[in-house]
Design a binder for this molecule. Sequence first.
Ligand code: HEC
Length: 155
Amino acid sequence: MKPKLTRTTFVAALGIGTFTALLATAEETRVTFPDLDALIHYTTVNRGNVTEHMLTTQAAIDAAQAGQKIPDGTQVVLVDYREGEVYRYFVMEKGPGWGAEYDDGRRTGDWQFQFYWGDQSINMEESTARCQSCHQARSDVEYMYTYNDLRRFAQ
Ligand code: HEC
């Protein structure tokens, strides 16, 4: 088992400079853990032993299908199942002006990202800059990879 270190221990052991560097790679964002029961499962992606369920709000589905912008307050969730158990949750959430908190090299519109483990705790070892750098390629479709599934989803 890995030893549990508090932030204070980090600062004491590694010094302020290193601590700042650590903050740059692992962070809390404005994303909050979603109310999964309120979301709609709109598509599934299978990758080897991983099954990914994509969930979002009715309002986001309605907007995408009407060719409108996805509204602020939307959460999109990827639930990653392995052997029938939730391994992790990837969440992207859009809020008013949220993109202004990042420089242009990192910004993904007004979406922010978060990585939660199956117990809903944040993975503090993963920088959400990585999520953004990959999802930036989808800027023309709401920074989403499964936007077309959302548009085609029939309830
Ligand atoms: C290397 C590219 C890449 C990185 C890094 C990445 N994603 Fe994705 N993401 C994808 C792809 C591709 C999909 C579509 C599902 C699939 O193909 O498995 C996806 C799907 C999603 C979805 C479902 C909505 C959508 O866009 O289709 C969410 C939510 C999501 N990712 C969040 C995250 C979060 C949070 C992180 C960082 C912890 C992250 N992603 C990192 C490529 C990436």
